[in-house]
Design a protein around this ligand. Structure first.
Ligand code: FAD
Ligand code: NAI
Length: 478
């Protein structure tokens, strides 16, 4: 039957489209339904990650980093520039082109893997002997279509959380979509939440000339990172000109035609006022479960509104699975992908495993911050005896040649067995370097294993090796 499938995937973000491809590779007849649309109404598969997340943010981070390099660092290489300028609409148009190429790439992959793509919004209708019925309301306004599938994978992602005091209008009070679409640099930019989005988007607009103030609720800055990394980051970001206030409680937000006025109490409990031209609110995200008609079919949500799943991404309903941002765990594209692949393989009778302890975390600031495994404070709290080895990039020839010696690499290993427990990096290309730690942990390596691997010279990876040597008190270049 035309609209009958083995697997229907709701959502074509990194969780959904990757699950659909893996299921198709394994021989299933697959449908994927996604409601994302471009301004011209055409499909925009790829979810948050492609359209208003990972990809566009990295495009703007790259453009703004080039600008800052040209403005502040070219001179030390002997490169002179006159009349440097930034054309923000052009930068945004470049970002839009990259997004569109990615949308088209996913549509191509659907075709290549013979996946039927429905452009619309899916909701559960019920279940009969043939499987689950889904209704799809097409984005183009055509008639509702119905499809039947033996298995359903829900990968509907997440949406930005708003402050109770201030709804998003994406004119002055911006979510991630608005923050990625500004066509001029605001003079005064406020950011509520100094998490990943706040730091990345704050960095973009600071490099282009905005005065950026971050207002963070927690008393500590970047509490999720290793404490030494967070401390170094706070120092470097401050030196770049980011103003970061921690321990803040927002008490009022007034959005007028002229500016956004924010009232808050500071860490000492004193009332403060600040006015901004634009305010980015990046205080976390909420799972997308509305409109699925989940209640009617009895899909269970957890106490935080995520779809409740077991370790295998099984929901409480038979043959209904859920992956990515809509379920527990870190809200990361690569975590969503791993879960999507694992579910498709489980449907084929395989026994995959997703290890949350080896999921890498990256913050694409300058310098970049990346880690995998446990932080020093987590090991202390758990009473684990460990050894630490840390080496600064200042001791690395390649970093000196690059002109970027900020930060360090730190390994943590079990004191008794020397097994690697974590790798923490702040510095150039940390996003790439962290993969050595992921590989080490996946293979159960010891720090001695890393210390004995021949690393190419001159590369930044030598600092990763040196830090492993330092853990045993035998660094050679530091
Ligand atoms: P999503 O990507 O959100 O996709 C869900 C899709 O389902 C969407 O297209 C949605 O429209 C669609 N949908 C929802 N409901 C329905 C329905 N009923 N019917 C049909 N379609 C539906 N992560 C990283 O790992 N690295 C990064 O650098 C990074 N940068 C980010 C930057 C920003 C600014 C933001 C906001 C996020 C970033 N993330 C990053 C997080 C990453 O984008 C998410 O973790 C990832 O997109 C989650 O994938 P997903 O497939 O679960 O959901
Ligand atoms: P986040 O969880 O990283 O940061 C939110 C911050 O806001 C936290 O520091 C929190 O303490 C603070 N906060 C919460 N409520 C507040 C309030 N009322 N006032 C002031 N501060 C408050 O979430 P963020 O930055 O919104 O990003 C959402 C998700 O997107 C993250 O989970 C992240 O994993 C993902 N993401 C990943 C990226 C990457 O991998 N490079 C880049 C951007 C986003």
């Amino acid at each position: 039957m035309a609209n009958t499938f083995d697997v229907a995937v709701i959502g074509a973000g990194p969780g959904g489209y990757i699950a659909a491809i893996r299921a198709a590779q394994l021989g299933f007849k697959v449908a994927c339904i996604d409601d994302g649309a471009r301004a011209d109404g055409k499909p925009a598969p790829g979810g948050t990650c492609t359209n208003v997340g990972c990809i566009p943010s990295k495009a703007l981070l790259q453009s703004s980093e080039h600008f800052e390099m040209a403005q502040s660092h070219f001179a030390e290489h002997g490169i002179g520039l006159k009349d440097l300028s930034i054309d923000v609409p052009k930068m945004i148009a470049r970002k839009a082109k990259i997004v569109q190429q990615t949308n088209e790439g996913i549509l191509y992959l659907f075709k290549k893997n013979k996946i039927t793509f429905f452009h619309g919004r899916a909701s559960f209708d019920g279940k009969n002997e043939n499987g689950w019925q889904l209704n799809v309301s097409p984005t183009s306004g055509k008639d509702v279509e119905t499809l039947t599938a033996t298995h359903v994978i829900i990968a509907t992602g997440s949406s930005p959380r708003a402050l109770p005091e201030a709804a998003f209008d994406n004119k002055r009070i911006l979510d991630n979509e608005g923050a990625l679409a500004l066509t001029e640099t605001p003079k005064r930019l406020g950011v509520v939440g100094a998490g990943v989005i706040g730091l990345e988007m704050g960095s973009v607009w600071r490099r282009l000339g905005a005065e950026v103030t971050l207002l963070e609720a927690l008393p500590e800055f970047l509490g999720v990172a290793d404490v030494a990394v967070a401390k170094e980051a706070a120092k470097l970001f401050k030196a770049q000109g980011l103003t970061i206030h921690t321990g803040v409680k927002i008490t009022a937000v007034k959005n007028s035609a002229k500016e956004v006025a924010v009232e808050y109490t500071d860490a000492a409990g004193a009332t403060q006022k600040a006015s901004f031209d634009k305010l980015i609110v990046s205080i976390g995200r909420v799972p997308n479960t509305k409109g699925l008609n989940a209640e009617a079919v009895g899909l269970t949500l957890d106490e935080r509104g995520f779809i409740a799943v077991d370790d295998h991404c099984r929901t409480n309903l038979p043959n209904v699975w859920a992956v990515g941002d809509v379920v527990r765990g870190p809200m990361l594209a690569h975590k969503a992908e791993e879960e999507g692949v694992a579910v498709a393989e489980r449907l084929a009778g395989q026994k995959p495993h997703v290890d949350f302890n080896t999921v890498p975390y990256v913050i694409y600031t300058s310098p970049e911050i990346a880690w995998v495994g446990k932080t020093e404070q987590q090991l202390k709290a758990a009473g684990v005896a460990y050894r630490a080895g840390s080496v600064p990039f200042m001791a690395n020839g390649r970093a000196r040649a690059l002109g970027d010696t900020r930060g360090f690499v730190k390994w943590l290993a079990d004191a008794a067995t020397d097994r690697v427990l974590g790798l923490h990096i702040i510095g150039p290309m940390a996003s790439e370097l962290v993969m050595e730690g992921v590989t080490a942990m996946e293979f159960g390596a010891s720090s001695e294993d890393i210390a004995r691997i021949c690393h190419a010279h001159p590369t930044l990876t030598e600092t990763v090796k040196e830090a492993a040597l330092a853990l045993d008190g035998r660094a050679l270049n530091f």
